[in-house]
Ligand binder design. Structure first.
Ligand code: 13P
Length: 257
């Protein structure tokens, strides 16, 4: 009942608009018109409009990588949700670990951005996940609980159902270390249990929970086959169209089962 969502987080890549356009063109050609799996690309904000032009006529969505909680004003360097929408965005990534750990983003900040994104009619992709030390200290579930409670505070069940979560263990991001399907499924099942407690079973059953952290063509199928894993948030492998398309193809195979 949940359609898989495969999203490419391009982070601060590629270096030029021409390369961003070329990557988007390759992804568009590979995805075609199929909608059995939802596909989204998240380019750097300065390339959004160029990528949006490329994606015209394609079912591929486009996401920002962050946004400000305010709708406008004196916030140098920031981008508002309505600006992302005006640039063609359907989605926005919020609370990525590179912002939480690299730029001090808190659950309260993520929560404010989330409410602003929903008000702008963007589909938020809220990232959560534990560090290596937290996992080794057996604190994974406690960390997820804290991030879920703080980031999702005050949402209605309907708003929750329209929000995507991405479980991204920090130790698996950009390291080549992937959570095993068992580790990932256990974390996802825990997340869905907490969603059921907070928002009800029916809502929890509707929430798309992606896995992120070194998803590659050779590990995508076994991760996506897990019952509570509803897609992938792909970093490095989303910068090579062939790799990203292979992950989309793995999603299609799993969905067809
Ligand atoms: P990698 O796929 O490069 O590990 O990045 C994952 C990620 O951070 C996606 O948001």
């Amino acid at each position: 009942m949940r359609t898989l969502l495969i999203a490419g987080n391009w982070k601060m890549n590629p270096p030029t608009r021409a390369e961003a356009v070329a990557l988007a063109q390759e992804v568009k050609a590979g995805v075609g018109t199929a909608v059995d799996v939802h596909v989204v690309v998240c380019p750097p904000s300065v390339f959004l409009q160029a990528v949006d032009s490329v994606l015209e006529g394609s079912p591929i969505g486009m996401g920002g990588q962050d946004m400000h909680a305010q709708s406008g004003g004196a916030y140098t360097g920031e981008v508002a949700g309505a600006m992302l929408v005006d640039s063609g965005c359907t989605h926005v990534i919020l609370g990525h670990s590179e912002r939480r750990h690299g730029m001090g983003e808190t659950d309260a900040m993520v929560n404010a951005k989330l409410k602003s994104a929903l008000a702008s009619r963007l589909i938020p992709i809220v990232c959560i996940g534990e560090t290596k030390d937290e996992r080794l200290g057996d604190r994974t579930e406690a960390v997820l609980d804290e991030q879920l409670a703080g980031s999702l505070a005050g949402l209605s069940p309907e708003e929750m159902a329209g929000t995507v979560l991405a479980y991204e263990p920090v130790w698996a991001i950009g390291t080549g270390l992937t959570a095993t399907p068992e580790q990932a499924q256990a974390a996802h099942a825990h997340i869905r249990k907490r969603l059921a407690e907070a928002f009800g079973e029916a809502t929890a059953a509707r929430v798309v929970v992606q896995y992120g952290g070194s998803v590659k063509p050779d590990n995508a199928a076994e991760l996506l086959a897990c019952p509570d894993i509803d897609g992938a948030l792909v970093g490095g492998a989303s910068l090579k169209a062939a790799d990203f398309l292979a992950i989309v193809a793995a999603g299609r195979q799993v969905s067809a089962r």
